[in-house]
Write a protein that binds this ligand. Structure first.
Ligand code: GLA
Length: 389
């Protein structure tokens, strides 16, 4: 929806008052490599997208907060003199979680009317939820002068999702949505939170996102299960050598410590994390050397490890990736995000993109009965204010 249409919708919902309407935006993200490493203190390499969530917000002079979105009919109202409670499985838990975290820090808002509008597919693994969190915190921080810096907002977003929504996610999505920069990807050390913005202007090559259009059923519980398995691996390794998390281990160190993990499944989970961390470091080095072919090979290896060792891909993602790799102009292709459905990310030569979309689209549909969608991603800016109406 265009801003003018959003304004109209806002006024239809909430009417006029003398306060100004403020507009903010926060993007979704695509992760290029470094998957399921963030909550293991490892490296990730995501970039923010140019699509995400818009938010129109205005003070209403009451103690009521009204949430609405153009994406679902469900609306929610809360009173500021009452505790914030979870609203079933509703989208409003993301902004409510943010308000709840602010309240824990004694940062209270006034009554406000909010209208969200996302142009990012929901449940596609492109962080629509982090974009809602980051647009909310960015707006409230600005409107009420809370004085939080970007990194504090990123951490608060992650906490809201962990504690209010109940998904034990790492920091990658909120970080990418909050800190992104046009034409750059973010090389983040999730243990220290040190990061570097790396230019990703790839000559003659585009980042293509392919959506399986497979809903991610049970993804949250499987995600939390993977996280517990990693913790179990750390506990076992700790008996031999003290470590805080798997991200500390090189492939070589892991090879002599992995004996202490007796459960074969847990061992494979840990192996994915350690090798993925190594691939991420190698991928950054390859990019710095201008060796995009090597970067693509590491993306392929990342997917294979997520399929065989971490087991978070599934039939649809595997087919999409296999079909993508058959196109000669594909440099590399892998699932992106949590997995269990959602999207893949591929690097594709510009002059092969038409063929890619046609061939991968047809073959995927024939094999799965699902119609995929394709988006050409341009790395975009992180959460920001767009203006005042
Ligand atoms: C989800 C989580 C992230 C990260 C990825 C997997 O997107 O929100 O924190 O763990 O999965 O890399």
């Amino acid at each position: 929806m265009k801003i003018e249409e959003l304004k109209e919708r806002f006024l239809e919902l909430y009417g006029l008052n003398e306060e100004k309407i403020h507009i903010y935006f926060a993007p979704g993200r695509v992760n290029l490599i470094g998957e399921h490493t963030d909550y293991n203190g490892g490296y990730v390499f995501p970039c923010a997208l140019t699509f995400g969530t818009y938010l129109l917000v205005r003070k209403n002079g009451t103690i009521k907060v009204n949430f609405a979105t153009t994406n679902f009919d469900h609306r929610v109202e809360v009173m500021l003199n009452e505790p914030f409670t979870r609203d079933g499985k509703s989208w409003a838990n993301y902004p409510l979680g943010i308000m709840n975290e602010l309240r824990k820090r004694a940062l209270e808002t006034e009554g406000i009317d909010l209208l969200y509008s996302g142009d990012i597919p929901n449940g596609a693994g492109l962080s629509s939820s982090a974009s809602i969190e980051m647009v909310t915190i960015t707006a409230l921080n600005d409107l009420f002068g809370f004085g939080l810096d970007k990194m504090e907002m990123v951490k608060l977003g992650q906490k809201a999702e962990n504690e209010f929504v109940g998904v034990n996610c790492g920091i990658m999505d909120q970080f990418a949505s909050g800190m992104g920069e046009a034409n750059h990807a973010l090389f983040l050390n999730c243990e220290t939170l040190d990061y570097k913005k790396v230019p990703v202007i790839l000559n003659g090559i585009k980042i293509v996102i392919s959506n399986t259009n497979k809903r991610r059923g049970l993804a949250d519980s499987k995600y939390n299960e993977r996280r517990s398995q990693c913790e179990a691996a750390v506990e076992k390794i700790n008996k031999k050598e003290p470590i805080r998390n798997l991200g500390e281990l090189s492939v070589k160190e892991f090879s002599y410590l992995s004996d202490s993990i007796t459960d074969e499944t847990v061992k494979r989970r840990a192996k994915h994390v350690v090798t993925e961390n190594d691939r991420t470091l190698k991928a950054i080095a390859a990019l710095n050397n201008g060796d995009i072919e090597e970067f693509g090979k590491l993306m392929n290896a990342s997917h294979d490890s997520l399929r065989d060792d971490y087991e978070v891909t599934g039939k649809e993602l595997d087919i999409l990736v296999n079909e993508a790799r058959k196109i000669p102009g594909t440099i590399g292709s892998r699932m992106t995000g949590a997995g269990f459905g959602g999207c893949t990310v591929s690097l594709v030569k510009e002059d092969s993109i038409e063929e890619f979309i046609r061939e991968v689209g047809n073959n995927y549909e024939n094999k799965t009965g699902l119609i995929p969608e394709f988006y050409i991603a341009e790395p975009g800016d992180g959460a920001k204010k767009i203006g005042v109406l």
